[in-house]
Ligand binder design. Structure first.
Ligand SMILES: C[S@@+](CC[C@H](N)C(=O)[O-])C[C@H]1O[C@@H](n2cnc3c(N)ncnc32)[C@H](O)[C@@H]1O
Length: 317
């Protein structure tokens, strides 16, 4: 297995237990800030929340985002892939899920935050699973080396998602799944942009305090349990129809996430990871489809929902 792993990389790689060490490139101010925010979020999440229900919710959502009917469908798909990369793996729960479903594949999780160390430490007993702390926009992996790349809820946090998408397409040998944040209604986009600039000046404690306020607001609005019919306002990108009041404010004006089926801490971390990172780009469907076709990928499955566009693509031969 060691030789196979070494052969995937352009340059020398040191393997220490389940941790791969490659030369780490420097990063911009925005990427460094984004990495710091995710280190903060993941370590707090791991220490204080770590809700199994949240991981299950993420697994079920993964199937829907990338076109797998069932977990068994995903497992049989992964078992046909020799090398799998979870690009931007966070605490590595999905990476470990993949590795358990495909025990004969080499599964590598890469993340630029401190979460990569936590992941390696937590999952050191899965023999086909490895982690790297590194930048998914410059992985040091060879072109056409990875049989399946999963880049779930990550690429929009890199400095230049179009370049990152191109890099991941280049190192991909066949299939590549990716998710981007969707552009929202104009008032929400304006507030988001303003907040992201503003929050660069805030301390981590202030960012948690703001996220706590947003979560409490989301909870209070959810508990109103009030529905109403909103008019269509196409110029502002506001879609008419029946809405719960919390969802209406959430989609169109301010991210005040709250999900009563999860722990309060899950919702808190979700709000934190929206306004705190400097890098959080959003795309239209047309822009995402252009990224896919510009990189000579064919669409196997395409999915869209209010929050995102996602899909599974294959390299044109
Ligand atoms: C919203 S989390 C998603 C984590 C995981 N894929 C999941 O679905 O649970 C985004 C992750 O992207 C990572 N990230 C952001 N920019 C990155 C980069 N340039 N290289 C590697 N990881 C990056 C962050 O550290 C964070 O863990």
């Amino acid at each position: 297995m060691k030789d196979l792993i070494e052969d995937l990389f352009e340059n020398e790689v040191h393997i220490e237990s389940n941790f791969l060490i490659v030369k780490e490139s420097g990063s911009s101010v925005n990427q460094t800030q984004t990495n710091g925010i995710f280190s903060e979020k993941w370590l707090k999440y791991d220490d204080e929340v770590d809700n199994p229900q949240y991981h299950k919710f993420q697994e079920d959502w993964y199937l829907k985002l990338y076109g797998f009917d069932t977990k068994e469908h995903l497992a049989s798909f992964l078992q046909t892939k020799k090398v799998i990369l979870d690009a931007g793996c966070g605490l590595g729960h999905k990476t470990a899920w993949f590795a358990k479903m495909a025990p004969n594949s080499i599964v590598i999780g890469m993340d630029f935050s401190e979460a990569a160390f936590r992941a390696a430490n937590r999952f050191k007993n899965i023999p086909n699973l490895f982690f790297i702390k590194g930048d998914i926009s410059q992985t040091e992996l060879k072109n056409n080396s990875i049989d399946y790349i999963s880049c779930d809820q990550v690429i929009h946090h890199t400095d230049d998602p179009i370049k990152t998408f191109e890099h991941l397409s280049n190192i991909s040998k066949s299939e590549f799944s990716c998710y981007v944040y969707a552009k929202k209604a104009l008032p929400r986009e304006l507030v988001d942009e303003y907040f992201r600039e503003y929050s660069k000046k805030l301390t981590k404690d202030e960012l948690w305090e703001m996220s706590d306020g947003l979560t409490k607001l989301g909870k209070a609005l959810t508990e109103l349990n009030t529905k109403f019919v909103a008019p269509d306002i196409p110029i502002l990108g506001i879609k008419g129809g029946e809405y719960d009041i919390q969802r209406f404010i959430y989609w169109n004006f301010l991210k005040c996430f709250y999900n009563p089926d999860l722990e309060y801490g899950d919702s808190l971390c979700i709000n934190f990871d929206w306004y705190a990172p400097s890098n959080a780009f959003r795309y239209s469907e047309k822009e995402f489809r252009k990224m896919i076709s510009d990189n000579n990928l064919d669409i196997i499955y395409f999915h869209q929902e209010e929050a995102c566009y996602s899909g599974r693509f294959i390299k044109r031969s």
